[in-house]
Design a protein around this ligand. Structure first.
Ligand code: AMP
Ligand code: MG
Length: 484
């Protein structure tokens, strides 16, 4: 395969390319043997200045068959609450930065690296398409996340629970640095590299920290704050990450590493997306607490550089109030309330408990509430079959209407604001599953349509309204695991 000079010259080395063997190694990809295009994110490509590239050339590069030698970084982490030592990059190769220097581009699934441990360095089509669609869905929802630029497939067999085929996702982020990078450098004896890592974070991602009395402590504070906001964002759309190990936590507060993630269908606070997580450590309602736990792990690793234990504890203590305030304001927006009133938390709590008891679909409920029909005609809530139950909907609805009456905006304006806060579409597990089944036959039409719809999930997209319905019965049998 020939390569034109353009893409070969596109990539700049990652900012950490010369940090030495304790952190980084340069290693070739094992490219897909017979790469085929799955999806190409032309919107994102345009943002990166990659839109003019001939398909054939992009295919060579993003399938791991390009001429340049990418970089892998070393990170460790805590998995399911236990220190697990060195973990990666087991199957991620960083091609480099875009010419503007704002984004890193990384291939996931392009073969083994020196940090692969017992893994094969591959990713299967199923998990790659889930990552592609999941990250683009989160971007569409306006939630901080890594992005997906391209998906390539191959006939190369890969052994998981069953025999599947290999794929690669090219993903993009301002940085893929994780809590686990700090843990590795702190606990495996690389203080100089740890200092460099913090310097990089300060220079490129947290410049305001430079002027603070303790810049590293300020970075911790900023990460704690972003993580708290991210958890509030996840909770507000019913997103369950599934594997919130510290190696999957972004130092930029991005949603990172899409494995057994799921969006809630019916509202169940104890929902566990990952079927390997028998104890429910990463259940939906545990996520905010795990976010705090992970920040504490980060704080402890950073204590190597911060000689101020009290300062660390103070900063960690800010997580909870940040999270609660952020979550409350997100739910206020979902419910169409602009001005904060003291009764709001209890109204929200009683609503969530009603949704739980009546097994109501989370996304559909809020979208339904956003149609001004509810304000005009509260009985419709009871009429909707899925909202029925031996409960006090009527009572809640009248309390809700009273609460809304205290807003200054008109019903129409409020409904419009609510539609912009309550997506009509989320990437339901069964939708991803249908797209995967098609893609496994070589047909990416549904995947592309899903990508389009999820890019603006607040819009009506009437031709795809079936995707906004509650899932069919067979969806209940779908399970998600870590084996990807
Ligand atoms: P995860 O829990 O999926 O984030 O996986 C933990 C780490 O294991 C990842 O960061 C990867 O470095 C590594 N890993 C997962 N799957 C593979 C694989 N198939 N080959 C090599 N490394 C892998
Ligand atoms: Mg991971």
């Amino acid at each position: 395969m020939s390569t034109s000079p353009f893409l070969r010259d596109f990539f700049r080395p990652p900012l950490w390319h010369d940090w030495g063997a304790g952190f980084v190694c340069q290693t070739r990809c094992e490219g897909l043997p017979d790469p085929r295009w799955g999806i190409w994110n032309s919107t994102l490509a345009q943002e990166l200045g990659l839109s003019e590239i001939p398909t054939q050339e992009a295919n060579v590069h993003f399938s791991g068959n390009g001429p340049q030698v990418p970089w892998c970084s070393a990170y460790a982490g805590h998995q399911f609450g236990q220190w697990a030592g060195l973990l990666g990059d087991g199957r991620a190769h960083t091609l480099g930065r875009d010419p503007a220097g704002n984004q890193e581009i990384q291939l996931k699934g392009a073969g083994m690296t020196p940090y692969s441990r017992r893994g094969d360095g591959r990713a299967v089509l199923r998990s790659s398409l889930r990552e592609y669609l999941g990250s683009e869905a989160m971007a569409g929802l306006g939630i901080p996340t890594t992005r997906a630029l391209a998906l390539l497939t191959s006939s190369l067999p890969v052994r998981r629970e069953t025999r599947e085929t290999a794929a690669i996702v090219a993903r993009v982020a301002p940085s893929f640095l994780r809590f686990g990078h700090v843990e590795h450098l702190a606990w495996h004896g690389f203080p100089a590299e740890l200092k460099r890592l913090l310097d990089l974070l300060i220079t490129f991602h947290y410049p305001a920290a430079r002027h603070q009395p303790n810049p590293v402590l300020s970075v911790l504070e900023a990460v704690v704050e972003r993580t708290a906001h991210l958890m509030a964002a996840w909770q507000s759309v019913g997103f369950c990450h599934g594997v919130m190990n510290t190696d999957n936590m972004s130092l930029l507060g991005l949603t990172l590493d899409y494995g057994p993630f799921a969006f809630l269908d019916r509202y169940d606070p104890q929902f566990i997306g990952n079927h390997s997580d028998q104890e429910g450590r990463y259940a939906y309602d545990q996520q905010p607490g795990i976010g705090a736990w992970n920040c504490a792990v980060l704080g402890s690793a950073l204590s190597v550089l911060i000689d101020d234990e009290e300062g660390i504890q103070t900063v960690l203590g800010r997580y909870e109030p940040k999270f609660s305030t952020s979550l409350l304001s997100r739910f206020r927006r979902k419910l169409g309330w602009r001005k904060p009133l003291p009764e709001d938390p209890s109204l929200i709590e009683s609503l969530l408990s009603l949704l739980h008891r009546n097994q109501v679909d989370f996304t559909r409920f809020f979208r339904f509430l956003a149609q001004d029909a509810v304000q005009a005609e509260p009985a419709r809530l009871e009429d909707e079959a899925e909202f029925q139950g031996p409960s006090s909907w009527t009572e809640w609805v009248s309390a809700y209407r009273e609460r809304c009456a205290q807003e200054e905006s008109s019903t129409g304006v409020r409904a419009q604001g609510m539609r912009a806060a309550n997506p009509k579409y989320v990437l339901r597990t069964y939708l991803a599953e249908l797209a995967i089944r098609q893609a496994q036959q070589g047909d990416f039409a549904m995947a592309r349509d899903l990508e389009t719809v999820l890019r603006t999930p607040w819009d009506e997209h009437p031709e795809f309204s079936a995707w906004a319905l509650a899932p069919p019965d067979w969806a209940g049998a779908l399970t998600l695991s870590c084996s990807s």
